[in-house]
Design a protein around this ligand. Structure first.
Ligand SMILES: [Zn+2]
Ligand SMILES: [Zn+2]
Length: 247
């Protein structure tokens, strides 16, 4: 059976047994104390933690051997809503039939795609500089991530402020993504261990129990020269994996 599934079963078991016993004994203090010091109960708990430590150690070792996560070429994306093309000018009528001269005259075609005007590629006149450009082409240009996409493509007049851009978040490659998924699932289980421990032994003991388990695991990662360690991500109130060079 999968390690993580097994841990889930064991934790559920601990919880159920504990509460069943409590109900049967009407929550007697002596029964609570007896259970908490029951070697079987304690070993069941530590085996769950050990399984999770082993799983995280194994996965991080694999991740380390796959090499550093490669950040793909820096791709940018615009922040905020797209520009509405109609705020920059107006449509030019296509009612007059196009002549052969129109089709060959450079001023009568779109300076972006060099195609003549059609009903799906209608001419659009920019208010500020009066240049006429294919409407879909201009809309695509204004909302592109090019550094100068706020300028008229014919005369470089600024039509608006450049939209702010940010790097696109790159997805990790598939093999790494599977491993990261396993590590995150194991972290979630550690969180369950902590909560159960808190319910049984009090908040402070639960927290330090899992923190000790993480510290032990960090020591194993250090000894095994695995290029990761575990740290608390206080912002998201959870454990996170960090890159490290132990030398
Ligand atoms: Zn065009
Ligand atoms: Zn222009």
């Amino acid at each position: 059976m999968d390690v993580l599934v097994q841990v889930t079963h064991r934790l559920n078991n601990i919880r159920t047994t504990y509460y069943l016993n409590l109900i049967e004994t009407s929550y007697s203090t002596t029964e609570i104390q007896r259970m908490l010091h029951d070697p079987l109960f304690i070993s069941e708990f530590s085996e769950c933690i050990l399984s999770l430590q082993n799983e995280i150690f194994l996965q991080l070792t694999c991740l380390d051997q796959l090499g550093p996560l490669t950040i793909r070429d820096l791709e940018l994306e615009n922040i905020g809503p797209d520009h509405n093309i109609d705020n920059f000018g107006h449509d030019v009528s296509l009612l007059s039939p196009l002549t052969a001269a129109d089709l060959t005259n450079p001023s009568e075609c779109c300076c972006i795609c060099l195609s003549p005007w059609t009903f799906t590629h209608p001419p659009f006149r920019i208010t500020i500089c009066a240049h006429t450009i294919g409407k879909p082409c201009l809309a695509r240009w204004l909302n592109s991530t090019a550094h100068n996409s706020n300028l008229c493509p014919c005369c470089r007049t600024a039509l608006c402020e450049r939209r702010a851009r940010r790097p696109k978040a790159a997805d990790p490659p598939p093999a790494q993504a599977v491993i990261i998924g396993r590590v995150e699932a194991a972290f979630k289980q550690l969180g369950l261990c902590q909560r159960l421990h808190e319910e049984l032994f009090g908040a402070e003991k639960g927290e330090s129990y899992v923190r000790n388990a993480i510290e032990e695991l960090n020591y194993r990662l250090f000894e095994g020269d695995v290029g990761f360690y575990l740290a608390t991500d206080w912002v998201r109130a959870r454990w996170g994996v960090r890159r490290v060079n132990w030398h």
